[in-house]
Design a protein around this ligand. Sequence first.
Ligand code: FES
Length: 214
Amino acid sequence: MANQGVNDPIHEPVNTGRRRFLTATTAVVGAAGAGIAAVPFIKSWNPSARAQLAGAPVTADISALEEGQRLVLEWRGQPIWIVKRSRAVLDALPTLDSHLRDPESDNADQQPAYVLEGNREFRSLKPEVLVLVGLCTHLGCAPEMKAEIRPEPFDAEWKGGFFCPCHKSKFDMAGRVFEGVPAPTNLVVPPHHYVDDNTIVIGVDPSQANTGAA
Ligand code: FES
């Protein structure tokens, strides 16, 4: 199956002019409120800049990623987030369904079908590892990660997630959008697969992993 339901904007040219985000080829951001965590050494093997522009896959070692941390990569000119979720955060996801616009991820444009085959609410191949395109689905700004379960000024019952300060869109820790905010859809999950437990490839579906297709 060449395309598992990802006929989505991530395959379109990016309007970088209207999208404001900070990217680092490889960076880890600690959980908000936890202070700046010691940044572990995260290996990645990125292709040349020219290959990246052409959309070459990006591979990363996530073995040093800790709960509440986010690894930021760049793929096809877009920030890609790899977030390690805690058990408490995963347990909270089903409790949010009634507050969300698309809790079951019925909009097939926002993720590959294979990330819904386990627990639909997790939107991931591995429960604890969330992979997202880090661009708000309203106007493409970069939401902030608020990974901890604690009251926030914008939500007294916050269970962890992402907050876009420009127009106050909120997403949970599966990238699912809340009701009553400007962002119309859940955050995009890009195509990806695991080579082994700690090695992830962004840009290639699992079904393409052994075919050499990208
Ligand atoms: S771009 Fe995110 S709320 Fe406007």
